[in-house]
Write a protein that binds this ligand. Sequence first.
Ligand SMILES: [Ca+2]
Ligand SMILES: [Ca+2]
Length: 350
Amino acid sequence: MPPLSFRVPPPALDPAAPAASPRLRQRASLGLLMAALTVCMARADEAEPANADPPPRRPPTSVETELAARADQALAKAWGTPAQEAANFLAHEWPRHALARLHGRPPTSTAQELEQARGVVQGFVDTLEKGPGWPRPAPIRLPFAESAIAIDGRLDEPAWRNALATTASYEYGSRDPAADADTVWRLAWDERSLYAAFDCADAEIVAPTLPRDADVWNYDCIEIFLLPALEPPDYWELVVSPTGAVFDALHRKKLKGWGPERTDLERSLEGLRFAVGKRPAGGPGYVIEIAVPFDQLPGRTAAPAKPGERLSIMLARFDRTAAAFKTYSFVPLLSWGHNIWNLVPAELTR
Ligand SMILES: [Ca+2]
Ligand SMILES: [Ca+2]
């Protein structure tokens, strides 16, 4: 059986599953469902040879029902927090059956079914319990670029000196800055474009040349999520690699579940400009300089952007090596970048 793998680790599906292997497409819930079914079917095959007696069944133990009660409590407190993505998944999609099983619905299950349900539910509890105390992203003010930014992979324009710049990076699911991610994140804007720059130290660049909208996120890359408004929750995901591979898609968020409800891969960011360059401070790694035209954002027209306008944003960076895959964001992020309840509110200022 191929190993279970995820683009970004969701709440743990199974304690035996690999923690952070990157292989899940946008339709995450479907992918997870299929993965879970694959596991269930493979284990059923192993456990139940033809003509064998059915495995014994038992009711959940007190430890299992207590875990279920703890999950119920965590779920109740997770709504409206950045743990809402995980809460939506547990409450509305297939993991709810694991929780029901621990509650004794059905009254009896096999040991294997209960073991699997414990793994699923424990993974959710770990994420959900972080929600109430998780830092709410502080609003950020995006500085206006008073002079032109040339998209050439060099961050030497005066406007970048006045841009919003932050240096902390957080592994997904961690509130503590990562010691092993040397990244400078920058944001600015003018009437036409939102500008972002990523200065990424990286001693081992793993980024094959890929066609547009291929699985760029499986390798070294940067990622931007842009949500203009919560209603309807339509947002862009843009992924760019240090070899210039691009993935962009317009998503609509699933409000009762995990990930996007639908993904428009046919749409591309018209007028997107980006360039890859060397790090200004030297050292191995790369710089990606990007201009996203505001008129591509859902609900936006070609009218010039103005101070006071708002959007929600997440900046992320994936670091792949031969041995590992790590995901970082510029603020603490639960679940992943599609978690709109963890995006950072931003205001254009001048
Ligand atoms: Ca430049
Ligand atoms: Ca790398």
